[in-house]
Design a binder for this molecule. Structure first.
Ligand SMILES: [Ca+2]
Length: 168
Protein backbone atom coordinates (compact mmCIF):
# COMPACT_ATOMS: atom_id res chain seq x y z
CA UNK A 1 0.00 0.00 0.00
CA UNK A 2 1.36 3.44 -0.89
CA UNK A 3 0.46 6.43 1.25
CA UNK A 4 -0.16 9.71 -0.55
CA UNK A 5 1.94 11.80 1.83
CA UNK A 6 3.48 12.14 5.24
CA UNK A 7 0.30 13.59 6.72
CA UNK A 8 -2.00 11.06 5.12
CA UNK A 9 -4.15 9.48 7.78
CA UNK A 10 -5.15 5.87 7.61
CA UNK A 11 -8.79 5.23 6.84
CA UNK A 12 -9.36 3.75 10.29
CA UNK A 13 -8.21 6.87 12.14
CA UNK A 14 -10.87 8.08 14.57
CA UNK A 15 -11.53 11.76 14.97
CA UNK A 16 -11.97 12.53 18.68
CA UNK A 17 -14.91 14.63 19.87
CA UNK A 18 -13.11 17.93 20.40
CA UNK A 19 -15.45 20.55 21.90
CA UNK A 20 -15.60 23.73 19.83
CA UNK A 21 -12.39 23.08 17.86
CA UNK A 22 -12.80 26.14 15.65
CA UNK A 23 -14.16 28.68 18.20
CA UNK A 24 -17.48 28.95 16.39
CA UNK A 25 -19.27 28.57 19.76
CA UNK A 26 -17.28 31.42 21.28
CA UNK A 27 -15.03 30.08 24.06
CA UNK A 28 -17.27 27.14 25.02
CA UNK A 29 -15.15 24.17 26.09
CA UNK A 30 -12.02 26.30 26.54
CA UNK A 31 -10.76 27.71 29.82
CA UNK A 32 -8.41 30.64 30.23
CA UNK A 33 -6.06 30.93 33.22
CA UNK A 34 -6.80 33.52 35.91
CA UNK A 35 -3.98 35.76 34.67
CA UNK A 36 -5.20 35.43 31.10
CA UNK A 37 -8.78 36.32 32.07
CA UNK A 38 -7.68 39.24 34.28
CA UNK A 39 -5.62 40.72 31.45
CA UNK A 40 -7.98 39.71 28.63
CA UNK A 41 -5.16 38.06 26.67
CA UNK A 42 -7.02 35.30 24.79
CA UNK A 43 -10.31 36.11 23.11
CA UNK A 44 -12.52 34.77 20.35
CA UNK A 45 -12.63 37.24 17.48
CA UNK A 46 -13.79 37.40 13.86
CA UNK A 47 -10.39 38.76 12.76
CA UNK A 48 -8.78 35.57 14.04
CA UNK A 49 -10.83 33.17 11.88
CA UNK A 50 -9.03 30.77 9.58
CA UNK A 51 -12.29 29.05 8.66
CA UNK A 52 -15.83 29.73 9.79
CA UNK A 53 -16.52 33.07 11.43
CA UNK A 54 -14.29 33.07 14.50
CA UNK A 55 -10.86 32.11 15.77
CA UNK A 56 -8.78 32.61 18.89
CA UNK A 57 -6.68 35.75 19.10
CA UNK A 58 -3.94 36.10 21.68
CA UNK A 59 -2.77 39.61 22.25
CA UNK A 60 -0.46 40.62 25.06
CA UNK A 61 1.94 43.43 25.79
CA UNK A 62 5.55 43.40 26.94
CA UNK A 63 6.31 42.39 30.53
CA UNK A 64 2.99 40.82 31.43
CA UNK A 65 1.94 37.28 32.27
CA UNK A 66 1.79 34.69 29.49
CA UNK A 67 -1.55 33.78 27.99
CA UNK A 68 -3.06 30.35 28.70
CA UNK A 69 -6.21 29.03 27.01
CA UNK A 70 -6.82 25.33 27.62
CA UNK A 71 -9.14 22.96 25.75
CA UNK A 72 -11.58 20.58 27.35
CA UNK A 73 -10.10 17.16 28.07
CA UNK A 74 -10.13 14.27 25.66
CA UNK A 75 -9.81 10.62 26.63
CA UNK A 76 -6.62 8.85 25.60
CA UNK A 77 -5.29 5.31 25.89
CA UNK A 78 -1.69 4.85 27.09
CA UNK A 79 0.56 3.56 24.32
CA UNK A 80 -1.80 4.66 21.56
CA UNK A 81 -0.66 7.26 19.01
CA UNK A 82 -2.49 10.48 18.24
CA UNK A 83 -2.26 13.24 15.67
CA UNK A 84 -3.16 16.83 16.57
CA UNK A 85 -3.44 19.50 13.94
CA UNK A 86 -4.28 23.18 14.11
CA UNK A 87 -3.89 26.33 12.04
CA UNK A 88 -2.06 29.39 13.31
CA UNK A 89 -0.38 32.60 12.27
CA UNK A 90 1.99 34.81 14.19
CA UNK A 91 1.54 38.51 13.55
CA UNK A 92 4.69 39.65 15.37
CA UNK A 93 7.89 38.22 16.86
CA UNK A 94 6.23 36.94 20.04
CA UNK A 95 6.69 33.34 21.07
CA UNK A 96 3.52 31.28 20.97
CA UNK A 97 2.52 27.68 20.62
CA UNK A 98 0.41 24.79 21.78
CA UNK A 99 1.25 22.74 24.86
CA UNK A 100 0.05 19.20 25.65
CA UNK A 101 -0.96 18.21 29.13
CA UNK A 102 -1.62 14.63 30.15
CA UNK A 103 -3.65 13.87 33.26
CA UNK A 104 -4.38 10.67 35.12
CA UNK A 105 -7.79 9.49 36.37
CA UNK A 106 -7.54 11.82 39.41
CA UNK A 107 -6.66 14.82 37.25
CA UNK A 108 -3.01 14.77 38.32
CA UNK A 109 -0.46 15.78 35.71
CA UNK A 110 1.50 13.00 34.01
CA UNK A 111 4.97 14.33 33.14
CA UNK A 112 6.33 13.86 29.64
CA UNK A 113 9.62 14.96 28.03
CA UNK A 114 9.62 18.67 27.16
CA UNK A 115 10.32 18.06 23.46
CA UNK A 116 7.12 16.03 23.23
CA UNK A 117 4.95 18.53 25.04
CA UNK A 118 5.02 21.67 22.90
CA UNK A 119 4.68 22.82 19.32
CA UNK A 120 5.84 26.38 18.80
CA UNK A 121 4.57 28.33 15.85
CA UNK A 122 7.00 30.15 13.58
CA UNK A 123 7.35 33.77 14.63
CA UNK A 124 6.38 36.59 12.33
CA UNK A 125 4.74 34.42 9.68
CA UNK A 126 1.62 36.28 8.67
CA UNK A 127 0.24 33.54 6.47
CA UNK A 128 -1.95 30.86 8.00
CA UNK A 129 0.03 27.65 8.43
CA UNK A 130 -1.04 24.18 9.50
CA UNK A 131 0.90 22.73 12.44
CA UNK A 132 0.83 19.14 13.60
CA UNK A 133 1.88 17.16 16.65
CA UNK A 134 2.19 13.41 16.74
CA UNK A 135 2.39 11.85 20.15
CA UNK A 136 1.92 8.63 22.07
CA UNK A 137 -0.12 8.83 25.26
CA UNK A 138 2.21 8.01 28.19
CA UNK A 139 1.64 5.35 30.82
CA UNK A 140 -0.89 6.46 33.41
CA UNK A 141 -2.53 9.07 31.17
CA UNK A 142 -6.32 9.04 30.94
CA UNK A 143 -6.85 12.44 29.39
CA UNK A 144 -5.08 15.03 27.31
CA UNK A 145 -5.75 18.75 27.03
CA UNK A 146 -4.12 21.35 24.79
CA UNK A 147 -3.27 24.89 25.77
CA UNK A 148 -2.62 27.83 23.50
CA UNK A 149 0.13 29.73 25.29
CA UNK A 150 2.19 32.85 24.62
CA UNK A 151 5.37 33.28 26.67
CA UNK A 152 5.26 35.66 29.60
CA UNK A 153 7.23 38.92 29.60
CA UNK A 154 6.99 39.24 25.84
CA UNK A 155 4.58 40.93 23.46
CA UNK A 156 2.52 38.52 21.39
CA UNK A 157 -0.08 38.73 18.65
CA UNK A 158 -1.16 35.40 17.20
CA UNK A 159 -4.26 33.64 15.88
CA UNK A 160 -5.32 30.00 16.25
CA UNK A 161 -8.17 28.02 14.68
CA UNK A 162 -9.34 24.61 13.44
CA UNK A 163 -8.03 22.14 16.00
CA UNK A 164 -8.46 18.46 15.27
CA UNK A 165 -7.34 15.34 17.10
CA UNK A 166 -7.40 11.85 15.66
CA UNK A 167 -6.40 8.52 17.16
CA UNK A 168 -4.41 6.29 14.85
CA1 LIG B 1 -13.09 29.09 13.23
Amino acid sequence: MVLAGAFCLPAWADELPFVNPGFEQNAEGWKASKEDTANNLSSVQAEAAHSGQFGLRVEQGDGGPGSWMESSRLEVTPGKSYHLSFWARSLNQGGAGVWLMFKDAEGKKVEVPAEMAARQITQGVNAWTEYTMDFVAPQGAEFVTFAVHCYSQRPCLADFDDFSLVAN
